[in-house]
Design a protein around this ligand. Sequence first.
Ligand SMILES: NC(=O)c1ccc[n+]([C@@H]2O[C@H](COP(=O)([O-])OP(=O)(O)OC[C@H]3O[C@@H](n4cnc5c(N)ncnc54)[C@H](OP(=O)(O)O)[C@@H]3O)[C@@H](O)[C@H]2O)c1
Length: 300
Amino acid sequence: MANVIDGKKLSEDILAKVKQETAILREQHNIQPGIAVIIVGEDSASKVYVASKEKRAEECGFLSNKYELDEKTSEADLLALVKELNEDKNIHGILVQLPLPAHINADHVIQTISPDKDVDGFHYINAGKIMTGAIGDAFVPCTPAGIMVMVEHGLGKDLSGLDAVVVGRSNIVGKPVAALLLAANATVTIAHSRTREIDDVCRSADILVAAVGKPEMIKGDWIKPGATVIDVGINRVPAPEKGQGKTRLVGDVDYKAAEKVAGFITPVPGGVGPMTIAMLMANTLKAACKANNLPLPKIS
Ligand SMILES: NC(=O)c1ccc[n+]([C@@H]2O[C@H](COP(=O)([O-])OP(=O)(O)OC[C@H]3O[C@@H](n4cnc5c(N)ncnc54)[C@H](OP(=O)(O)O)[C@@H]3O)[C@@H](O)[C@H]2O)c1
C-alpha cells in the first residue's frame, strides 16, 4: 500500500511557519503583509474559495482586504481597481479570483497586476522566470508550488534520473509544474487530450501528476509500481450511497486502485487542495519581504 502524502498536515506546517515569520516581520520591522482579493459576481464556488483565503490570511496575521464587485462591473473599472492596488503600499499581494464574467478579458486583468504583487504567479514575467529557471526570483503559481513540496516530501529535492509525466497542459497547473519538475532534474513528459496511448505514457512515470479535471480517469494499471502519484483533480460526482442528490469529491486518479500500486499518493480531498492556499500565504509573505528589501524567510 502506498504512503499517503497528507496535504492537510503539510499545509498546516507551512501555515504555522508563515504565521511565525509574519509575527517576526511585524515585531522587528513593523511590516504587516497585506493581501487584496477581488471577486466579481456571484459564482458560489469562487465565494467559498475567497472566504477560505481570507480566513487563512487573517490567521497568518496578514492585512486582508476583500473587494466584492458586482457581476456587471466593467473591465475598465476592474483594471482601475487593480492599478490602485498596485500603488497601495499596504498591499503586497493582489489576487483576482477566476473565473471572471465573460465580458471581462481575464488576461488583461492578470497582466495589469504588478509582477511584484502577482502572488498567484500568473503574470508573463513570473511565468517567464519559471521557464528560464529563475525560480527563486519568481512568484511560483500556488498549486504547482504545493505539488513540488509534496513531491519533495516523498522523494527529496533532486529528482535526477526520475521520469515525470504531467497529464494536463494548463497555464495554471500543467505547464508550470512541468517546468518545476524539469528544474529539479526530472525527465519530463507533458501529456494532454491529443496524446496517443496515454495509458502507456503514464506507465513510464516515476512521478505522475494528474491535472486533467476528469473523474478517476487514471486507472490503477496505468501506474508504475512504486511511483509517486500527485492527484490535482477536484471533481464533484454523484454519491447516491450518501442519500438522494448527494455528491462527493474525487480526483483524476482512481485512488482505491492506485494506492495498491503507488509508492506515494495524495488523497482527494486533503491532498493538493490545502497546499494551494498555504502556498498563496507563503507567496504573500515573500512579496512583503521583497517589497521591503528584506531576506526571504525559508518556509518549505
Ligand atoms: N487542488 C487545487 O488546488 C487545484 C488547483 C487548480 C486546478 N485544480 C483541478 O485540477 C484539474 C485541472 O485543472 P486545470 O485548471 O489545469 O484544467 P484545464 O485548464 O481544464 O486543463 C485540463 C488539461 O487536461 C487535458 N485533458 C482533458 N481531457 C483529457 C484527456 N481525456 N486525456 C488527457 N488530457 C486531457 C487538457 O488537454 P488539452 O490542453 O489538449 O485540452 C488540458 O491540458 C481540475 O479538476 C481542477 O479543478 C485543482
